[in-house]
Design a protein around this ligand. Structure first.
Ligand SMILES: Nc1ncnc2c1ncn2[C@@H]1O[C@H](COP(=O)(O)OP(=O)(O)OP(=O)(O)O)[C@@H](O)[C@H]1O
Ligand SMILES: [Mg+2]
Length: 492
């Protein structure tokens, strides 16, 4: 069904209040203008800067009725049936007088026949008004339409550049169409134009920029962040089982068709000992899947958005859907879920929101959640079937420690083959990955001070001086291990 037809049906269904959440104010006003001819009613728009203006006839701005309550009183008193579009009225909705006036206008619908349309990028009606309202959403462009937009922009580039053709291939074009999905036509066009006019080509390397720009257009209040810094498996030591598990699923995750008859992977929960690479491997999932990494900051759900936690969470999840395919990373999930019994039930509801979403979501959003503190994990979260798998990240074993030394020496431009990795691995039993990295860094400082060249012995000396996590937190680690042995799968 077309947008216009939809909107017409809403008007015909005789609901007094119509809510349109959209960033495309002009497009909606144009739609209303074309509709009003059929409805045979006058169309007015109101904004705090222009006051009330007749839109279907050009009568110029009259700058009358600027105040929100004044315009509502005017509508209430008006005896001519009309459609009144109130722009950005969300700022004034909370005023008791305004809410009451709106209700009175709505309740007198059968006598007066006025429609009030709220048009804002965001609007939240009080409960009693919601019952008297219907909401309308603009359809977003289809894939065909997006392709047409890209072709239009390519054509206009070509015209400006001596009829040269825009360089691309079908596969990249398809990815661009997919990446523009969920944006309004106007935003999609601007982004497509930018990609093409940059260098007359649409390439895979443009896609990170497209996704980052898309994210900026969608993003609201900082619960989600776009992480540019994804990793590859080569920067993660060990975890062979986890890597294989992910490898087997990446093609399915990225494919758009569902011919394979398999369910789209939903996500994993990584539990384990601190400093052993949970956050690191989360970033690598996005790198290996080749999709954007969005980080959901669960901690600030409570602090920053007090009282509006669920609403903000739903918004963030919606953004993730529009950004799909993507990895949604919830680091330290327990911090957002365990604020205790005295939070008025907020953490329960937040958990409910996320679990329902996980069960119902059909978009390619792969969740990677991490947690250290098993004791504060709600049992619902680890129940079978929520995540595809719950992995346990333990302290690295001998061979993994070798790999971690190798990775971090190379990362610091050291020739790792000139080090005795066997000896280093043997001496670092009970160390976390993060402590191994730290030992390398500290010994580099020590060596620099001595104007020496780093060798195996320097690192061994450093290791000897460190009391590793396995000693400092022995009991706690054993507790996690016992817990995990019955409930999780090891990463290697
Ligand atoms: N398996 C590993 N391979 C390579 N580097 C590692 C590994 N484990 C840890 N490191 C190094 O230690 C750093 C810290 O690890 P990371 O932050 O991923 O641990 P974590 O498990 O998320 O810890 P926390 O529970 O404290 O958040 C990493 O950035 C990386 O440099
Ligand atoms: Mg971490």
């Amino acid at each position: 069904m077309s947008d216009l037809k939809d909107l017409e049906l809403i008007f015909q269904s005789r609901v007094p209040i119509i809510v349109i959440q959209s960033h495309e104010e002009l497009r909606v006003l144009d739609m209303l203008k074309s509709l009003i001819i059929k409805l045979n009613k006058p169309l007015f728009s109101w904004s705090i800067t222009e006051g009330l203006t007749r839109v279907d006839l050009d009568m110029g701005s009259q700058k009358t009725l600027i105040e929100p309550d004044a315009v509502l009183k005017h509508i209430k008193a008006s005896t001519i049936e009309g459609v009144f579009v109130l722009l950005d009225f969300h700022h004034f909705m909370k005023e008791p007088v305004n809410a009451r006036l709106i209700k009175e206008i709505a309740l007198s619908y059968y006598k007066r026949g006025h429609h009030i349309v709220f048009l804002s990028h965001e609007i939240d009606l009080p409960d009693d008004l919601r019952k008297l309202s219907a909401s309308f959403e603009l359809l977003l462009p289809t894939d065909e339409k997006l392709l047409q937009i890209i072709k239009d922009e390519a054509y206009s580039w070509s015209k400006k550049n001596a009829n040269k053709k825009v360089k691309t291939d079908n596969k990249t074009l398809e990815i661009l169409v997919r990446n523009l999905g969920g944006l309004t036509a106007g935003d999609a066009r601007r982004l497509a134009r930018k990609v093409i006019f940059d260098d007359g080509a649409i390439t895979e390397t443009d896609m990170t920029e497209v996704m980052a720009a898309k994210y900026k257009l969608l993003n609201q209040d900082g619960l989600l962040s776009f992480e540019y810094n994804t990793k590859q498996f080569s920067s993660v030591g060990g975890m062979a089982k986890l890597k294989r598990w992910l490898d087997l699923r990446q093609t399915i995750f990225r494919s758009r068709n569902s011919d394979h008859g398999l369910q789209n992977p939903k996500g994993i929960l990584l539990l384990g000992v601190q400093g052993c690479g949970k956050s690191l491997v989360s970033k690598a999932v996005a790198g290996v899947f080749g999709v954007p990494l969005l980080r959901l900051d669960f901690g600030s759900l409570y602090n920053k958005f007090f009282g509006e936690s669920e609403k903000n969470l739903r918004k963030a999840l919606k953004t993730a859907e529009v950004m799909s395919p993507c990895v949604l990373w919830i680091d330290e999930i327990e911090k957002g879920l365990s604020t205790g019994e005295n939070d008025g039930g907020t953490s329960r509801r937040v958990l409910g929101t996320i679990l329902t979403w996980m069960a119902e979501n059909e978009k390619s959003v792969f969740i990677v959640a991490t947690a250290n503190n098993i004791d504060s994990l709600p049992p619902e979260l680890i129940r079978k079937g929520r995540f595809d798998e719950i992995f346990f990240v333990d302290l690295p074993a001998h061979d993994t420690r070798k790999e971690i030394f190798d990775i971090h020496l190379k990362k610091r431009d050291k020739n790792s083959s000139s080090f005795d990795l066997e000896a280093l691995a043997a001496a670092s039993e009970g160390f976390s990955g993060s402590e191994i990295e730290q030992a390398i860094v500290s010994s580099m400082y020590a060596v620099y001070a001595l104007s020496d060249t780093l060798n195996t012995q320097h690192i061994l000396d450093e290791l000897k001086q460190t009391r590793p996590l396995s000693v400092v937190m022995g009991e706690k680690i054993q507790h996690i291990r016992d817990w995990a042995s019955e409930r999780t799968v090891p990463v290697e």
